[in-house]
Design a binder for this molecule. Structure first.
Ligand SMILES: Nc1ncnc2c1ncn2[C@@H]1O[C@H](COP(=O)(O)OP(=O)(O)OP(=O)(O)O)[C@@H](O)[C@H]1O
Length: 256
């Protein structure tokens, strides 16, 4: 994999229902790294991530591995980018295993059954998120956190170089939040992956490699989570209602 960013977004404007939601912005998440997008409610984080995932039309350009997004054959592109959305609607009647198998669709020929490789990828992903034990249970019968781990497994099962996640920690308890960080780290270290996540948990976001701070439809700052300029941007967008400290070599944010 080259050191060039896998995705580049150059957005002039994005409107929803005629309302301008995103102002001009550029984003090229660093390769082989974890980028966290943070900012107050309504800042445009989810909208930007959906634009970056090719899920929303906008005025501007999006490239994947240097090639215009629309030039990619859909199936090939679906093998490059895995997406975990916020409050995703999914087929509740399906078993957890079948939901995760959906992540393998880009690898399968039309109407072809899942291969041994598909089943192996699914088992790997479900074991990684500790959801293998519920593989036979319908999604509807799982708790919010259990369901989120199944949906995370579905995204992991794609085995794509890019992983884009909107609030992936929703419903996860602290140990499973730590597990999520480990999964992200191993994706980057073992597979050279690139991860972009929208997060509300600032203390987790401060552990990322790169922080994107948004407010009012704009990126107001991008930088390392340990930079004082990044901390100043966080203070500003959260109206100086938090303090950022270093504890045991880790940065933490506390409500003021
Ligand atoms: N379909 C829509 N039509 C008009 N405005 C919309 C639509 N969807 C979202 N918005 C507005 O776009 C803005 C950005 O929303 P977005 O969900 O991207 O913010 P966010 O930063 O992810 O927020 P949160 O932290 O609350 O999840 C919000 O003001 C929201 O009300």
């Amino acid at each position: 994999m080259s050191a060039a960013p896998l995705l580049t977004l150059d957005l002039r404007e994005l409107r929803l229902g005629g309302t301008p939601i995103l102002q001009p912005l550029q984003l090229a998440p660093p390769p082989r790294a974890w980028t966290a997008v943070v900012g107050p409610n309504g800042a445009g984080k989810s909208t930007m991530l959906r634009a970056l995932s090719g899920l929303l039309p906008f005025d501007g350009t999006l490239t994947l591995q240097g090639r215009d997004w629309d030039q990619w054959p859909a199936r090939e592109r679906a093998r490059q980018v895995a997406w975990l959305g916020q409050n995703e609607a999914s087929a509740d009647d399906l078993s957890a295993l079948d939901v995760v198998l959906l992540g393998r669709l880009p690898h399968q020929a039309w109407l072809a059954p899942a291969s041994a490789a598909d089943h192996a990828a699914v088992e790997r992903a479900m074991r990684q998120t500790q959801s293998w034990d519920w593989r036979a249970r319908p999604l509807a019968q799982l708790s919010g956190g259990e369901r989120q781990r199944v949906l995370l497994a579905r995204a992991l099962a794609v085995e794509s170089p890019l992983l884009l996640m909107d609030e992936p920690l929703a419903h996860l308890d602290p140990p499973h939040q730590s597990d999520w960080i480990q999964i992200v780290r191993s994706r980057i270290a073992d597979d050279g992956g690139t991860v972009v996540s929208v997060l509300h948990e600032l203390n987790i976001a401060l552990q990322a490699d790169h922080l994107v701070v948004m407010d009012a439809g704009r990126i107001v700052h991008q930088g390392a989570p340990h930079d004082t300029a990044t901390h100043a941007a966080l203070q500003q967008v959260f109206q100086h209602r938090l303090s950022i400290f270093q504890v045991n070599e880790r940065w933490i944010a506390l409500n003021a």
